[in-house]
Design a protein around this ligand. Sequence first.
Ligand code: EPU
Length: 337
Amino acid sequence: MKTNVSLKSYNSFGFDAVAKQFAEINEVNDLQTLIKSGELQKHKTLILSGGNNVLFQEEVFEGLVVYINTKGIKTLREDESEVIVRAQAGKDWPDFVRFCVGKGWHGIENLAHIPGKVGAAPVQNIGAYGMELKDSFLQCEAINLHTGESKVFTKEDCRFGYRESVFKGELKGRYVITSVDFLLKKSAPLHLEYGNITAYLEQNGIESPTLQQLHDAICAIRDAKLPDVKQIGSAGSFFKNPVIESTQFEALQNDYPTMPHYDEPNGMVKVPAGWLIEQAGWKGWRDEHVGVYDRQALVLVHYGGGKGHDIVELAHRIQDSVEEKFGIRISPEVNFV
Ligand code: EPU
């Protein structure tokens, strides 16, 4: 265990917070040893994976950061139509997607290029371009931070929702995911219907894309819209897209006929937070250290030299102004620590 470790390279916002204690887990055994040592009980604990979805609000994290860095991919079962593949929690997510696509395995291709690690993917049921992690998730293994015991969570146990799971909800802070099993298909229809995928493919003269071409197209679309965290700090989408009652939506549509929207199964309507934020005049706004990305208003960015608190303040100002204009309170997708 180390002390006073800078977390700057461990969070995609690039805030220079310091962890009072820091432990790196390179294999599952390291975690069990740490649990047995009783250190977790002594400190406030934060499990950190890719750090792509956290906001360190304070300059010092007065506790123990447990950094999960286990790697590896293993095929557990394979026949002519399906494959079950296990990835360790610390495996880089975009690498894992690239690996599966390279093998011709379908199911996570639309989740290409989402920064992060495999173990964090189920926590918020990552999603993009009409696909969610839960669609290909089979089960995961997680370790109980109090007892050190390992438990298998089925898809049902995980209670996935839109950017939600049991690990973010009632079991928050109680388990660490150590590996995830995916059920992937050797052939399946491609999902091209969402967003500007088809437009992009057409522009590039691709009529019926292969799995690899779809993967590469999604990488290119994301690159064009979202900042590269190696250059500009961010946590991807900062807010969730709000889901509102259809009556509220219809009233708003009278005033804003071009408001984009997606129907939800239960008669509710999902509205893009990025659109609301742009309409409220925030797109491209910046001060010295932080701002709202000029190509995607859902992304708050850190240009360097700022503090987590600057983003907290900006987020509150955006929430208040969107609420004032539309009567909708948007909520963050990012975890505040
Ligand atoms: N829009 C605007 N202005 C903006 C941004 C968006 O008007 O500044 C409009 C777009 O024109 C479009 C709609 O809002 O009509 C939706 O935009 P987009 O398709 O870019 O997707 P999103 O709803 O903003 C979600 C996910 C992303 C994911 C994309 C693509 C959430 C919170 N975000 O964004 O996820 O990549 O769809 O599927 O659901 C992430 O979680 O970090 C993330 C990037």
